[in-house]
Design a protein around this ligand. Structure first.
Ligand code: ADP
Length: 219
């Protein structure tokens, strides 16, 4: 099993968990938030368009985020010569010579149309999403964690008002994505209220059991 989507509200700790899982299972970690922040930091045309939107806590348009994701996904293509599909600029940004087989996607999809787009991108690569992991934490705990993170992250979108807006957007636009994946049978929810290693243990348990089932099915 190779391709995982990690899902949860802002502040739930999905970036931290995604990194741990990527390391343990040798997956390429693709965070659309990180990709966007990288563009902003480099002051690329895309970054310049995205900056104000991110600072307000709004979702950037699909015309901005989808090409970034598409490019990152193509980096782990199983094409015999993956380098041939990648321009030098891509290589410079993402450039690790090692290309893991699978990936863990964090921050995408955030809307139902984005979920449909993701399916399309995977189908085009003749691949599929194997598992959607949702991390669940109460609203109070989320706000507490984002405030804690704000003190060290230096993120321009971690202010009181913007945090509230991001959480509202999550409820309105992103929550429905959970139903989308529930219906497709890919969704497994995990309690994220514990410490980082506790949540990690729960997530690993889900992945291991899914892998075992897949191996049994193949036999
Ligand atoms: P968090 O999970 O804490 O909200 P992220 O790093 O995932 O943080 O995202 C930060 C910001 O980047 C979002 O508030 C949004 O403006 C933008 N962003 C990230 N992913 C997407 C996406 N899939 N669609 C639209 N905007 C996105």
């Amino acid at each position: 099993m190779a391709n995982i989507v990690i899902f949860g509200a802002p502040g739930v700790g999905k970036g931290t968990q995604a990194k741990l899982l990527a390391e343990k299972y040798d997956l390429l970690h693709i965070s659309t938030g990180d990709l966007l922040r990288q563009e902003v930091q480099m002051q690329t045309p895309v970054g310049q368009r995205a900056q104000a939107i991110i600072n307000r806590g709004d979702l950037v348009g699909d015309d901005i985020v989808v090409p970034l994701l598409d490019r990152a996904l193509r980096l782990r293509s199983t094409h015999p010569d993956p380098d041939s599909q990648i321009d030098p600029w891509d290589r410079q940004i993402h450039g690790a010579p090692h290309r893991p087989e699978g990936c863990i996607i964090d921050g995408f999809p955030r809307t139902v149309p984005q979920a449909q787009t993701l399916e399309f991108l995977f189908r085009r690569m003749k691949r599929r999403i194997d598992l959607v992991l949702a991390i669940e934490v109460s609203r109070n705990e989320l706000v507490r964690r984002i405030h804690e993170r704000a003190a060290i992250s230096g993120r321009t979108d971690d202010t009181e008002e913007v945090i509230r807006h991001r959480l509202d957007l999550y409820d309105r636009q992103t929550q429905p994505v959970l139903n989308y994946y529930r219906v497709s049978g890919l969704l497994v929810s995990v309690d994220g209220s514990g410490e980082i290693p506790d949540t990690n243990t729960l997530l690993c348990r889900v992945i291991d059991s899914k892998r075992k089932k897949q191996t049994l099915n193949k036999q």
